[in-house]
Design a binder for this molecule. Sequence first.
Ligand code: NAD
Ligand code: UDP
Length: 337
Amino acid sequence: MNILLTGGLGYIGSHVAVVLTEAGHRVTILDNLCNCKVEVLSHLAKILGSSPIFIQGDVRDQVLLESVLKDGKIEAVMHFAGLKAVGESVQKPLMYYNNNVGGAISLLKAMKICQVKTFVFSSSATVYGVPKYLPIDEEHPTCPESPYGQTKLHIESILRDLANSDDAWNIIALRYFNPVGAHESGLIGEEPNDIPNNLVPYISHVATGKFDKLKIFGNDYKTLDGTGVRDYIHVMDLAEGHVAALNYLNKKLPKFSIINLGTGAGYSVLELVNLYEKVSSRKITYEISGRRAGDIASCFANVDKAAFLMGWRARRSLHEMLEDSWRWVSQNMTIEL
Ligand code: NAD
Ligand code: UDP
């Protein structure tokens, strides 16, 4: 199929581009480069043997999107383009609503005009808010705690309404848990612009020596060792989940589905620190600091729906996630080890 990936030069989209191309699809990427480097394209070409089609542009440019959809004979869209920093969304909510919700609306309008009605959306487990029970299934109540999370929930509502308005739409919102790791080549991976907020990018740069130490945000949670527990999923498993979603959409069974993408297992901060030391053979210095505002003790997914509907389950271990993360950062370091 001809598939448009918005935000396809970013962390997750670039891995999905690899898996879709390897599955025989023709990928077109549209990205405005606000949170990625254009060099990702040449790295994709190294992995794939040729570069995906790339258009530099913004999803809010409806006229451009219509021409991309028509010219590329696009049959399905995977929508990764969006801003994703929770803290920044609290400071700049309008920017987040404009980019994320505004971007989704202009993209969907262009798709409707061009009669492209197969859509996969990058949603997030953050829509659940504080877990009322674990593991979290898709029926769990939603209560996002940040403007970022609200934008995801708003977009899901728009998608549901759209699917109800017209049977021709086939839509899946994938709620990602905690994507980590990198492609096994070490050529593409996560590259935060600023100081990373997320655990694995931060630990990885304690390992490289860029940061002195990790601050562990609390060791007094009701978890096995007191530190926070999350459902980390290898980005390549996540990418394969998108191919499974596309195959499911092509059966034309659902109009709108929401599906968790996680592993179903939770690991603590300390477990990650210890394992990262092993895979990198480097010391991860850390100190225990206070809890981070808004953090929860544990969060992990019920992944039965993905297995039942799409025949997909994550298969890579935490060891592989961290090993691939380390390969990516150690191959791409600009500072001496
Ligand atoms: P990313 O920032 O690496 O990739 C997003 C890409 O979208 C970037 O390349 C950026 O340049 C582009 N972009 C942003 N706004 C755009 C616009 N208006 N027009 C065109 N391009 C635009 O982020 P990611 O980690 O790859 O996340 C992809 C999607 O998955 C996002 O929607 C994010 O909210 C969602 N998500 C990510 C995570 C995570 O932990 N990484 C978890 C849950 C959900
Ligand atoms: N965490 C930490 N130090 C950091 C970053 C994260 O201790 O510098 C902890 C955080 O409190 C949480 C876990 O690591 O328990 C995962 O955090 P991340 O931000 O990666 O994911 P999220 O909390 O958004 O699920």
